[in-house]
Design a protein around this ligand. Structure first.
Ligand code: ZN
Ligand code: FE
Length: 255
């Protein structure tokens, strides 16, 4: 049976995700933004929490680790490179490694940049990517700890995934991201179309997440430094892609 995903809001703009392999009877929460809604979601689904998969150490991602571990005695899997900042970590994983979640492979990518030791979890059979605060719908994480070059390297790993891969990011930032994206690449028809769809979804209070790798490649300015329109709008025609990415990120910081 397929890998099930249950999505629900946490805090002001985070998404909680429970993933469940019905055949193996295992359930993980992707990060622990807020304990009460995670426990409520488990109860609603009738699932027992067996794992926590942490993308990075920020409080809105690992803040509920110890309370949930205390209640469920679950196994916490996180980055080897950030182990000292992941509360209660049991299993340490790193870039290029694969572990089993029930009957599913989970591949780990180091996607440092937002933080050092930020990882993403990719389930190839299910076609789903849980990327925390590395890649957002129409955006990418702010560079608190890593360099632009490091983040660009990280994002290219995600860009190489199949286009139909579901992108489950950790925040509903899409509408604000769309406004910025339109400011740097207004000529992008797919982006204009997507911005309208996002507006309609948000007007109804619906999530804009998950998206797909293919949609992000077409519309997310942080994945599009090769766009001639984007380069021209930044006055960076022919510049190195990493420099175009860095300038795009810099502009977003003060948008
Ligand atoms: Zn974060
Ligand atoms: Fe976050």
């Amino acid at each position: 049976m397929p890998l099930e995903v249950h999505q629900f809001p946490c805090l002001s703009d985070n998404y909680g995700y429970l993933i469940h392999d019905p055949d193996a009877g295992v359930t993980a929460t992707i990060d622990t933004p807020e304990v009460a809604p995670i426990n409520a979601a488990l109860e609603e689904k009738g699932w027992q929490l067996t794992h926590i998969l942490n993308t990075h150490h920020h409080f809105d991602h690992a803040g509920g680790n110890l309370e949930l571990k205390d209640r469920w005695n679950c196994t916490i899997i996180g980055s080897r490179d950030d182990a000292e900042r992941i509360p209660g970590i049991d299993v340490k994983v790193g870039d290029g490694e694969t572990f089993q979640f029930g009957n599913f492979d989970a591949q780990v990518f180091d996607v440092s940049g937002h933080t050092l030791g930020h990882i993403a979890f990719y389930f190839p059979e299910a076609g789903k990517l849980f990327c925390g605060d590395a890649l957002f719908a129409l955006g990418c994480g702010r560079l608190f700890e890593g360099s632009p070059a490091q983040m660009w390297t990280s994002l290219q790993k995600l860009m190489a995934l199949p286009e139909n891969t579901g992108v489950y990011c950790a925040h509903e930032y899409t509408q604000a991201n769309a406004a910025f994206a339109l400011s740097v690449e207004p000529q992008n028809d797919a982006l204009q179309q997507r911005a309208k769809e996002i507006e309609a979804l948000r007007a109804e209070g619906k999530p804009t997440v998950p998206s797909t790798i293919g949609l992000e490649l077409e519309t997310n300015p942080f994945l599009r430094p090769m766009s001639e329109d984007l380069q021209a709008n930044l006055n960076m025609q022919g510049a190195e892609l990493v420099d175009v990415f860095a300038e795009t990120r810099r502009r977003k910081d003060s948008f």
